[in-house]
Ligand binder design. Sequence first.
Ligand code: SAM
Ligand code: DTB
Ligand code: SF4
Length: 340
Amino acid sequence: MAIDPVVPAVQPNIQSQTTENVLALFALPFNDLLHKAHEVYRRHWDVNTVQLSTLLSIKTGNCVEDCKYCAQSRHYSTSIEITPLMETEDVRAAARQAKAAGASRLCMGAAWRALQNRNLEKIMSIIRNVKEEGLEACATLGSLTAAQATSLKNSGLDYYNHNIDTSEEYYSKIISTRPFSERLRSLQNAHAAGLKVCSGGIIGIGESRTDRAAMLASLARLQPPPESVPLNMFVPIPGTPLADVERVKPLELVRTVAVTRLLMPGAQVRLSAGRTDLSDEAQALCFFAGANSLFYGDRLLTTDNPVEKKDWVLFAELGLRPGPIEKRTTSYEERRGDAT
Ligand code: SAM
Ligand code: DTB
Ligand code: SF4
């Protein structure tokens, strides 16, 4: 195969991804980067289908952790309503509603440092109920032990979300109450129990491009890489230490999506927090660059997300089909003859 001299090769061995390799991808001319990412995207996925996950905050606020970006940390004074763990029936009703609105996955978030065993039975019952509604189930409940991961898997959980958030180096400037290594251990526990891993991070919390590259290199080096990678544009929260941090341009998110797609071709790449501040055009570029999943529904955990109707207008304009996304099984050569 001819080698394009302009575009540095992505290392085929994902174990060898270094921050320098990844920075070289970020530094490509925009058109070269998008072309390369889109080609890889098209080779692995149906590029006209997007997966819709709806978020539900099942326990909100009063969290003991000090994540500087978060509305739910008890270390900062924010205007959220603190609520205890939801009742199973209420979560089930929310799941039914999410499915009726077109979501294929419910992602349940709890403002906990870690899942406590005293809550395990109730969480398992919640997961069983969500599964009975015919949705994929994802949970993000903080740190997870191996035994807890197995219990969640046995109750039917499909995905565990736990973000590394940023580079290992920058992490300690953002969170002091939980080490980066504990995050990696929880991800390992989730994977070992047979759960699909969802892990990504935040863009725009004062990190440098080098931090973004290092974060993606860390994710790509996970064995295996995550099945799902959420990319959150930071939503500034009044009352938190990062409320006035400098904003990152949407084009940098597009680049980050493209680099994520190149490093982890088989992952679902999710446009996550911050979509209310993104134009249709910026989102369209993200879809071209390889994003194939998003948070759907007018609420994230404590902040706003585009209303459903707005997303349907965008999907129609772009010819995107919401639905379950499947990795391609036929070879690239076989499909090159396709009309698409
Ligand atoms: N408490 C659990 C934990 O931290 O693992 C689960 C919920 S926590 C809110 C999930 C993720 O949401 C964080 O790791 C972070 O990546 C993202 N997040 C939180 N606040 C955000 C904000 N203001 N803007 C963008 N992303 C945010
Ligand atoms: C993820 O990566 N982003 C979601 C989900 N996983 C749990 C959370 C976004 C939170 C945005 C800020 C808020 O609503 O409080
Ligand atoms: Fe707590 Fe999660 Fe928010 Fe950190 S991100 S303060 S762990 S809810």
